[in-house]
Design a protein around this ligand. Structure first.
Ligand SMILES: Nc1ncnc2c1ncn2[C@@H]1O[C@H](COP(=O)(O)OP(=O)(O)O)[C@@H](O)[C@H]1O
Ligand SMILES: [Mg+2]
Length: 371
């Protein structure tokens, strides 16, 4: 089974029911064990997972491995102080947006506030903290954290659903293409032979002419059937591979649109069929856009297959995609391209220069030989 289908198998709608909300992690940082204990006592009623650190270093280590809903950070600590700890935490990708509440002693308040703003503090609390204020502030961040977790989960589900739909559609198309090609093809070939048989036995000129035109109709129907089947799923992709399929599609495109296509292609390689299909469908989408939007007079295509990745680079001339369209909400075709590539760990980069054209670069990791 192909891997897109495997990922489908993991998609279980019944698993979508929200489970008990998992505990959010809260980090308490203070060099004084007594203060830490007091904070723990205070926040224990929130029912969340409280983690503690007695130094900036320890806090940094914990922030490397955990996603905290909020970090309560004592400003005055020996070693790395609270500000420096916050700065280092914020410098890391994982904890870039983690909310931090500074705990400052009254005497330091003004300077603390100014320095705190520089490192992007979310809030301040003066020691000794007022229990209700602390609890309500922390609760807000816990709720926020939970909401963004839920958002991330639903994004993840939608992505898997999209993957599921793409792969189902691809399989269905391949199946219908084969049925049309094989079943209808066979019937038509049989019919053609029957008509031929009949023609040989006919004497009357008018009837012979009739069988002739029947034969021609059958031939053109065979052509149509082939065209439909190829449109659904090019045999070339399965039989010969991605390089041949891209070359063939480029030629067809040139024939159909009159836009000159130059394709630089490497020798054929054997790639995972799902990766080939993904690349091919993205290529088709790029060409459709060019035909519809670019007013191009030429298209340059370059396909490159390395040890690690297969890369496709397509540029057209003339219009040039607008910046707003690249990320636009209405650009569902482009979104589909991104999603398809993402499914295989790849990416699509689109750039446009107004009046000069659009360039689309696709790169997808290859899983050689697996098909
Ligand atoms: N090659 C191109 N040249 C110029 N504009 C483009 C090109 N490709 C896409 N666009 C712009 O980006 C928009 C979004 O593309 P897409 O998501 O494929 O949607 P659609 O093709 O259905 O309009 C298009 O409507 C068009 O304005
Ligand atoms: Mg489109």
């Amino acid at each position: 089974m192909n891997s897109a289908v495997e990922s489908l198998a993991e998609f279980k709608p019944e698993a979508a029911a929200p489970a008990e909300a998992p505990q959010a992690k809260i980090l308490l940082v203070d060099d004084e064990p007594k203060s830490l204990f007091a904070l723990q006592e205070l926040l224990s009623t929130l029912g969340q997972n409280l983690m503690i650190a007695q130094s900036g270093e320890e806090a940094l280590r914990l922030a490397l491995k955990n996603d905290f809903a909020v970090i309560l950070l004592d400003v005055r600590m020996p070693g790395i102080d609270g500000f420096e700890t916050a700065r280092l935490i914020r410098n890391r990708e994982r904890s870039r947006l983690t909310p931090i509440i500074f705990l400052t002693a009254a005497a330091d308040e003004m300077t603390s506030m100014f320095r705190g703003y520089e490192v992007g503090a979310v809030d301040y609390l003066m020691k000794p903290v007022v229990p209700e204020v602390l609890k309500s502030k922390v609760s807000v961040f816990v709720e926020l954290h939970r909401k963004s977790e839920r958002l991330r989960e639903s994004e993840d589900k939608l992505r898997r659903l999209a993957a599921h739909l793409i792969s189902v559609r691809e399989e269905e198309r391949a199946h219908i293409a084969r049925e049309i090609h094989d079943e209808l093809g066979q019937v038509l070939t049989g019919l053609k032979m029957e008509v031929g048989w009949l023609a040989k036995r006919l004497k009357e000129k008018e009837l012979i002419e009739k069988t002739d035109s029947m034969g021609k109709l059958i031939d053109s129907t065979v052509q149509t059937v082939r065209k439909i089947a190829t449109g659904l799923r090019p045999e070339m992709l399965d039989d010969m591979g991605i390089i041949a399929a891209v070359g063939w599609q480029a030629k067809e495109f040139q024939k159909r649109t009159g836009i000159r296509c130059r394709a630089k292609l490497p020798p054929e390689v054997k790639l995972d069929i799902d990766v080939s299909t993904t690349m091919f469908r993205i290529f088709q989408e790029i060409l459709t856009n060019i035909a519809r939007q670019s007013r191009a007079t030429r298209v340059d295509i370059e396909l490159d297959v390395g040890e690690e990745r297969i890369a496709l680079d397509v540029s057209d001339n003339v219009v040039g995609i607008a910046e707003g369209d690249v990320t636009g909400k209405k650009s569902l075709g482009l979104l589909g391209m991104h999603e398809r590539a993402l499914l295989f760990g790849g990416e699509v980069k689109i750039t446009g220069s107004p009046g000069q054209g659009t360039r689309v670069c696709v790169s997808i990791p290859v899983r050689n030989g697996k098909s």
